[in-house]
Design a binder for this molecule. Sequence first.
Ligand SMILES: Cc1cc2nc3c(=O)[nH]c(=O)nc-3n(C[C@H](O)[C@H](O)[C@H](O)COP(=O)(O)OP(=O)(O)OC[C@H]3O[C@@H](n4cnc5c(N)ncnc54)[C@H](O)[C@@H]3O)c2cc1C
Length: 292
Amino acid sequence: MSIFEGLQHIVRVDEPLAPHNTLQMGGPAKYFAEPTTIEELRGIVLECDRQQIGIRLLGSGTNVLISDEGYDGMVIHLSSAEFSKVVVLQNGLCCSGGCKLAHFVSTAVREGFSGPENLVGIPGTVGGALHGNASANGGDMGQWTLSAEVLTRSGEIIKRSASEMNFGYRQSSLSELVILTATFSFESADPVELTKRMQKLWISKKSSSPDIASHCAFLFKDPGGVTAASLIEDAGLKQAQNGLLRLDRKNPNYLIASDGASSHDAVSMINEIKESVMKKLGVELEIGIEIW
Ligand SMILES: Cc1cc2nc3c(=O)[nH]c(=O)nc-3n(C[C@H](O)[C@H](O)[C@H](O)COP(=O)(O)OP(=O)(O)OC[C@H]3O[C@@H](n4cnc5c(N)ncnc54)[C@H](O)[C@@H]3O)c2cc1C
């Protein structure tokens, strides 16, 4: 008998996690669920809580480095239509946590809501972007967020208002298990002008991103006043390589992994870069990618 009785249709066992993250690395999840309704999602969370099974929430996997051993618990993936909605409001949007950030940006631009065009080209979901307060070109998710509905590890649904949330550079106080939905408010602008600006920013993002869309991840947070990429370059590490892993030639703050690369090697390489930048330039780099 399955330990997830009644939920077998959405829970898989020993699911490889490599196809679910952009580095395409890491071992399997003991349990992997793709719920199709909030009730199913709550059912899984309550069952894991009852059986003391650890849970992790995976968005598009663009900001995680998963260990070679995988995860000995439940990984929840919000891939179904129920968790990918975007609703247009009078002055903003209400988005589900699993909605792609690209959908959030394009809807905002089409509706004449200014701000989100700054985030064009950032991969991932709205939930992942809110959790880590994704930012670019002076815009960040937190600055437009009015409220968020979250699901806790004990299965409770709570609404957080703007005054209950804090957003900083690449971080937020939204640490509950699941960001279910969030509402955003924006200034109005001409959709034609926003489209032009978005296209310009998209070209600039493409020119500073790896040519290979997959197999990559952004490594370090910019320490302020200077980019992590320029520090890595100044420390003479642009050509750094470790087995099947290397830094991107255009922007050395991206790690590029070839097929078969190991997470163990990636962690060693990240630590070596950190130590070398500290030793040569006296600057402490902070890792931006989450190591699972
Ligand atoms: C090529 C490339 C370019 C990038 N450029 C930028 C950039 O310009 N600016 C920037 O800020 N980042 C950038 N990133 C990083 C990354 O795209 C963002 O951090 C993105 O917002 C992560 O979203 P995700 O859905 O992939 O999250 P994941 O990687 O799946 O997860 C990251 C974290 O968010 C949590 N999470 C995900 N969804 C939810 C949810 N619904 N509820 C609660 N927690 C959740 C996960 O549990 C995990 O802790 C880039 C990455 C790549 C690969």
